[in-house]
Design a protein around this ligand. Structure first.
Ligand SMILES: [Zn+2]
Length: 148
C-alpha cells in the first residue's frame, strides 16, 4: 500500500526543546576531545589553560557547538580565576540555568540555550551592573572578533 498519511508537523515539538539536537556520536565527531569532555560531559578545563582567559579583543563569544552568540567582550572582565568570565550573556535567553548539585555545594550550571552544551557556572560574586560572574570554559566559546 502506498497511501502515506501526511504527518502533522505542528504542535508536536514542545517549545522548550533545544533547537540543535545531535547524538552523542555526532557531537563527538564535531568537537575536539577537550570540547566534548567539557560541553557534553560537564567537564572543566584546567584554569589558565585557555587563551580566552586573557583575551582582550572586542567581539562576540559564540557557542563552539552551535555558533549561537553567547557573550560580548564588553561584558568580559578579569576575575582572576583562570577562566574567561562575564557579568552577563548577550541575551538572557541565550543561556539556560540548571541547578547542579555537586558533592559539596549547590551551583548554577550555565548551558547554551540552543544546543544545551555545558558552558560553565554562574556565581553571585561578579562586578556591577549585574553582580554576577559567568565563569565559562574557554573551549566552549569561539571568539568572533569585531572588524575594525
Ligand atoms: Zn550551542
Amino acid at each position: 500500500m502506498d497511501s502515506v498519511m501526511a504527518t502533522p508537523k505542528d504542535d508536536q515539538v514542545p517549545n522548550d526543546k533545544p533547537a540543535v539536537e545531535k547524538t552523542d556520536a555526532e557531537w563527538q565527531a564535531q568537537l575536539t576531545s577537550e570540547q566534548y569532555h567539557v560541553m557534553r560531559k560537564h567537564g572543566t578545563e584546567p584554569p589558565f589553560s585557555h587563551p580566552h582567559n586573557k583575551e582582550k579583543a572586542a567581539g562576540t563569544y559564540n557557542c563552539a557547538g552551535c555558533g549561537a552568540p553567547l557573550f560580548s567582550s564588553e561584558a568580559k572582565f578579569d576575575s582572576g580565576t583562570g577562566w574567561p568570565s562575564y557579568f552577563q550573556p548577550v541575551d538572557p535567553d541565550a543561556v539556560s540555568e540548571h541547578v547542579d548539585r555537586g558533592l559539596f555545594m549547590k551551583r548554577t550550571e550555565i548551558r547554551c540555550a540552543r544546543c544545551e552544551a555545558h558552558l560553565g557556572h554562574v556565581f553571585p560574586d561578579g562586578p556591577q551592573p549585574t553582580g554576577l560572574r559567568y565563569c565559562m570554559n574557554g573551549v566552549a566559546l569561539d571568539l568572533e572578533k569585531d572588524e575594525d
